[in-house]
Design a protein around this ligand. Sequence first.
Ligand SMILES: Nc1ncnc2c1ncn2[C@@H]1O[C@H](COP(=O)(O)OP(=O)(O)OP(=O)(O)O)[C@@H](O)[C@H]1O
Ligand SMILES: O=C(O)[C@H](O)[C@@H](O)[C@H](O)[C@H](O)CO
Length: 175
Amino acid sequence: MTNTHLVVMGVAGSGKSTLAAALSDKLGWIFAEGDDFHPKANVAKMSAGQPLDDADRWPWLDRIVEWTTGQDAQGHSTVVTCSALKRAYRDHLAAAPGRTVFLHLVGSPELLEERMATRSGHFMPTSLLPSQFATLEPLELGTHGEHGFTMESALPLEEQVARVYRVVGPLESTI
Ligand SMILES: Nc1ncnc2c1ncn2[C@@H]1O[C@H](COP(=O)(O)OP(=O)(O)OP(=O)(O)O)[C@@H](O)[C@H]1O
Ligand SMILES: O=C(O)[C@H](O)[C@@H](O)[C@H](O)[C@H](O)CO
């Protein structure tokens, strides 16, 4: 049985944590919040309104791969949130054992700005949203593209969960 590792990706405020937690409940897969793997310096940098760069992100991505690899070795499928803004980051994540599937949450800057402005207790300032969009290389689907699918952030959570389940649920029983 091949384990599936679902990476819920997208810019800040696109709804990754909300959807990934609900999917973990629905699928019974182990959940991890990608932000929890950030070195403290990364969170401090973002909190201070400075975007991360590649040098900041690679050690963080390594930690996520390490976690996924450990879960896979125990026979677990997983759901993890990770902005995974660039193709190179995703190729690194996809090199982990098991089957990696990317779910790219896509929303307009206006919608995501509004959601970030109204949520509380999160370190990420709304001012960093433009840099997130500027860095984003959207998931590349198609014949030689990446393995995954996209979904609208604007959809209600229940609809998102139902749609993902239709795609990913059957993978549980494939070899
Ligand atoms: N489908 C949805 N419909 C309405 N509101 C949503 C939906 N999904 C998430 N939200 C709300 O939008 C805000 C951002 O969602 P969330 O924190 O899950 O995004 P995120 O991509 O994990 O953000 P970050 O990367 O900054 O941690 C939250 O206040 C959340 O409650
Ligand atoms: O790659 C990045 O720039 C970061 O991962 C950010 O995306 C934040 O961690 C996340 O979005 C929390 O708001």
